[in-house]
Design a protein around this ligand. Structure first.
Ligand SMILES: *Cc1c(COP(=O)(O)O)cnc(C)c1O
Length: 390
């Protein structure tokens, strides 16, 4: 079929162009996009502000090097700190890289405190990426199998279970950090109990651990605020971003606050491409557009609108277990594996994702309006009803 390594079981469709929440394939057939490149295309497709920024930037500079100062990277870091309250930013190219930076920070932090084998608490059902350290941190055997030996220095606890962390703290003196997603995305759109992050913040303060939030999926407006932690009323020590940050252009970031923000010294970490002018121009345009158009608020409203609309249409339908959302991260948990729904959706002109075997996950662009959301609700509820009845 192709010269590509066989890393993805791809759907048999090739998209030729897009506009807003819509995509068109090579035959001219139209699709409503409720995947958004897996939470990447925050501004939808072919957004004029992003296209203009990329065009302008590419006409002056695409890449220089981190051997020199990069104005757009400095501007982006300042903007991210202003929006988040964090102190310092390392710019990279992906979520896995951002988490690698966080893991390295935790280890430096530990060594600085005299901990010889610094250990990070990670969660069951978590997802942090595909590099060796991040797949080790990931709580999914399918992601790890075949790649042993894994990286040392991680211990795992159930998600949304602070007591399990307290117990580990009793007998493990090597813990230096907790790495956790504020809402688990790949794991099945799991939203923890209110207070989960606050309790972990208190525990980290009491023990001198870093609270490191993987906001690669939840960040940049997705859950209805710039960052999910802002709804929990806490500040993390470290936060990672990627996915939506560049509106589709590859970019990631590791943000740190306080002591954690001063750990890296020249030579400790780096990236050839990280934070180049083109990627930073894309990220700045994405953030400015989200801000100007009130897209965090929109994500919150449209996300709730989609969940309540689906709940209405699917009321009493046997096989639908749970509907949940954090802004425009929407999960519909069914009582059976439902990967087949992706193909059925494609045939009906709607792009959806299934994760954790039995959870339909919606991650539409943050620009989705009520009319488009209504179409999504109608298409998807019909699709789910037919699937469950078959
Ligand atoms: C997607 C994702 C990653 C990995 O990001 P890549 O850019 O694919 O490396 C890490 N953490 C979370 C929470 C994600 O959703």
């Amino acid at each position: 079929m192709s010269c590509l390594m066989n890393t993805y079981a791809r759907q048999p469709v090739t998209f030729a162009r897009g506009e807003g929440v819509w995509l068109w394939d090579e035959n001219g057939d139209k699709y409503l996009d409720a995947v958004a490149g897996v939470a990447v295309n925050a501004l939808g497709h072919a957004h004029p502000a992003l296209a203009q920024a990329l065009c302008d930037q590419s006409r002056s500079l695409i890449h220089t090097s981190n051997l020199y100062r990069i104005a757009k990277q400095e501007q982006l870091a300042e903007k991210l700190c202003e929006l988040s309250g964090m102190d310092k930013v390392f710019v990279c190219n992906s979520g896995a890289e951002a988490n690698e930076a966080a893991i390295k920070l935790a280890r430096l932090y530990g060594h600085g405190k005299g901990v010889e084998t610094p250990t990070i608490i990670v969660m069951e059902k978590s997802f942090h990426g595909r590099t060796m350290a991040t797949l080790t941190a990931t709580g999914n055997r399918k992601v790890q199998a075949g790649f042993e030996p894994l990286v040392s220095g991680f211990v795992r606890v159930p998600y949304d279970d602070v007591d399990a962390i307290v117990q580990i703290a009793e007998h493990n003196q090597n813990i230096v950090a907790i790495l956790v997603e504020p809402v688990q995305g790949e794991g099945g759109v799991h939203i923890p109990e209110t207070g989960y992050l606050k309790k972990m913040r208190a525990l980290c303060d009491a023990r001198g651990w870093l609270l490191m939030l993987d906001e690669v999926q939840t960040g940049v407006g997705r859950t209805g605020s710039w960052f999910a932690f802002q709804q929990a009323g806490i500040m993390p020590d470290v936060m990672t971003l990627a996915k939506a940050l560049g509106g589709g252009v590859p970019i990631g970031a590791c943000l740190a606050k306080g002591a954690a923000s001063e750990l890296f010294k020249p030579g400790n970490h780096g990236s050839t491409f990280g934070g180049n002018p083109l990627a930073c121009a894309a990220a700045l345009a994405t953030l400015e557009t989200i801000e100007r158009d009130g897209l965090c608020q929109n994500a919150s409203e449209i996300g709730d609108f989609i969940r309540t609309g689906l709940a209405d249409k699917l009321a009493g339908v046997a096989g639908v277990l749970k509907l949940r959302n954090a802004g425009l991260m929407v999960g519909i948990e069914l009582d059976r594996p439902c990967a087949d729904l992706v193909k059925r959706g494609l045939e009906q002109g709607v792009l959806i994702n299934v994760t954790a075997d039995s959870v339909v996950r919606l991650l539409p662009p943050l620009i989705m309006n009520r009319e488009e959301a209504t179409q999504l609700i109608n298409l998807l509820s019909q699709l789910i009803k037919e699937f469950l009845a078959a």
